[in-house]
Design a protein. Structure first.
Lengths: 356, 236
């Protein structure tokens, strides 16, 4: 196919991403599991890229996990979303940037439903007005936080202290990407690369010197499944989904996994531990697992941020093997300290999975 | 009174998610739940498309509608723009609104989700609020999680959080006025009514099953629904 033809096709998989002045809404999952990632994202936005990004302290959960756990009715979740839009409008912003993929998918879905059924939008406006007195404008631009990092990945590369290169071999770091299902499976045109050619993380990895591995179960769900993980009796669903992915990627010997959804890195990290305890199986080299990262952490690493400032100490699978390959220095004696340098003790060793 | 079929087809998600199934089975091929559970979104879509009242009642009372993980992989691939995942969402809403959810092992778990996730939303304004949630109920989380639980606020502070603080930031205290707005939205839009129904029907079922029922997370019925697995859900 001629290059022009390819460019034309690829255009369908691009999306509009605002350049500045973002209204940031946080992720419940990321705040609990990977707090350092949100801190790192805001640091990059403000200190490296000089962007204006604002958070209104009155925003709440969008309730999407409750919605997909089916306890929250559709009218309720849409009205809570409308309230977030109202806070954005009242704060003088029109570019909405959610940290969470489930939220991003929900906002996309709500806007799509209102587009096709304007009478529902009217109903929700009345609900919101009655319950809170608030009114809102819809966002002019909706982009997930990973879209923003993708948009500026070349600027980040220009400031980078490290490249995703294995300093032992001189080869690019081999990376498995995992795109959260609700990023583009529901509305492929709203995600970079759509659902079939996910490029949001691949673009970052390539810009920073690494190489993406395409493998059979690349698009398979991590296994969250909402109620399937939340309720203990159902959790085998989550473990089996993650195992399917690990089994599929193992033969390609990835150096690391990168994710854009807040929940997926938790599953891909913690369930490597669970599988090692259940079956004695470890997927990485030398008894370690395959290190799992959020895209904010990877951006922070290439920019030269201290690994313990971005939160790598809260991962179950040791991240040090990747840091060693790239040549990123770290001080193990500072890994488990508090903000004042006080010692917080150390996690116990796992039975199978090797940790530092 | 409207029939179950009429109620189901009033749901906007049925309008969005059920056009005309051609039985190709693409959804089943891509579905993570279908590879784990004895579940088939193609079969489900055809069954709903039949609009048979008794079949629908049986479906709403069964484990079958609770197997989907709502990953929405089916939406990407259906050549006719059907979305079995959206049909599932509508079925689950109707099952709870009619009280039929308590007739199945998986349906009864809604009380767990209501009290845990629903409880966090109303009390803290977050879908997850994991201080004190340890490896006793989440053994898959492992020793680093245990370490974090022991040092919850210190590790949050180390990573730049504003834990329980005023103003913006990670796991900040969400202002009482904001929580009050969320509660009013719940009252106005049906969430409070659904929560009450889940409680009311679960209490009845607990009595029928002869299990102790109480408020909170520590009673016989609550433990039972969260941990019991009859192991009759998977493919042979």
């Amino acid at each position: 196919m001629k290059l022009e033809g390819l460019k034309k096709i690829w255009k369908e998989y691009q999306k509009e991403i605002a350049d500045n002045n973002y209204f940031y809404v946080r992720s419940c999952v990321r705040q609990n599991f990977f707090p350092g990632s949100e801190t790192t994202f805001l640091r990059i936005m403000k200190e490296e890229l000089g962007k204006n990004i604002y958070e209104n302290p009155c925003h709440t959960t969008c309730t999407a996990i409750g919605y997909h756990g089916d306890i929250i009715p559709l009218d309720t979740v849409m009205t809570v979303v409308a309230r977030q839009f109202a806070l954005m409008t009242e704060s003088g912003y029109e570019n909405l940037v959610p940290s969470c993929i489930t939220s991003f998918g929900l906002y996309t879905e709500v806007l799509d439903t209102w587009h096709h059924f304007p009478e529902i939008e009217e109903k929700i406006r009345k609900y919101l007005k009655k319950a809170t007195g608030r009114e809102f404008e819809k966002p002019k631009n909706l982009a997930h936080a990973s879209d923003i990092i993708y948009k500026f990945c070349k600027e980040i590369a220009a400031k980078a202290k490290y490249k995703l290169i294995n300093t032992n071999t001189g080869e690019p770091i081999k990376v498995v990407d995992h795109i959260g299902c609700h990023y583009s499976k529901m509305f492929p045109s709203k995600g970079i690369g759509g659902a079939e050619y996910p490029y949001v993380l691949q673009g970052m990895i390539e810009a920073w010197g690494g190489e993406i591995i395409d493998y059979p179960e690349r698009r398979h769900c991590c296994g969250f499944g909402f109620r399937q993980f939340i309720v203990q009796a159902n959790r085998g669903y989550s473990v089996s989904c993650s195992k399917k992915k690990f089994d599929s990627m193992e033969q390609y010997k990835p150096d690391m996994i990168i994710t854009n959804c807040p929940g997926c890195p938790m599953f891909l990290d913690k369930l490597q531990y669970a599988i090692s305890e259940m079956e004695g199986k470890v997927y990485g080299e030398n008894g370690h697992g395959i290190p799992v990262f959020t895209y904010e952490e990877v951006a922070g690493l290439v920019l030269g941020y201290d690994p313990w400032d971005i939160g790598l100490q809260v991962h179950q699978v040791a991240c040090e093997p990747l840091l060693d390959k790239i040549g990123i220095p770290y001080d193990l004696s500072k890994k488990y300290l508090d903000v004042n340098g006080g010692c917080l003790g150390k996690p116990e060793k796992a039975n199978v999975l090797k940790t530092y | 009174m409207k029939s179950l079929v009429e109620n189901l087809f009033d749901d906007i998600r049925i309008k969005e998610g059920l056009k005309a199934c051609i039985n190709c089975g693409t959804c089943t091929a891509i579905c993570p739940a279908a590879s784990f559970y004895d579940y088939d979104p193609r079969e489900l879509t055809v069954l709903v498309q039949n609009k048979n009242e008794q079949q629908l009642k049986n479906l709403l009372s069964s484990d079958y509608i609770w197997y989907c993980g709502e990953c929405m992989s089916c939406k990407t691939r259906c050549p006719k723009d059907n979305v079995p995942g959206l049909i599932i969402e509508a079925l689950r809403s109707l099952s709870q609104d009619t009280g039929l959810f308590i007739e199945s092992e998986k349906g009864r778990q809604q009380l767990y989700i209501k009290r845990v996730i629903g409880g966090w939303i109303l009390k803290y304004g977050y879908c997850l609020y994991l201080e004190g949630v340890g490896t006793n109920t989440h053994p898959e989380q492992g020793p680093v999680w245990d370490w974090r639980q022991k040092n919850w606020s210190e590790t949050l502070k180390r990573l730049g959080a504003n834990y329980k603080g005023d103003g913006p930031g990670i796991l900040r205290k969400i202002p009482e006025e904001a929580l009050e707005e969320i509660r009013k939205i719940f009252d106005e839009t049906g969430a409070t009514a659904r929560f009450n129904k889940i409680e009311e029907y679960s209490k009845k079922k607990a009595a029928e099953m002869n299990l102790e029922f109480g408020d909170g997370l520590d009673n016989e019925y609550f433990h039972h629904i969260s941990t019991h697995n009859s192991n009759k859900h998977n493919r042979e």
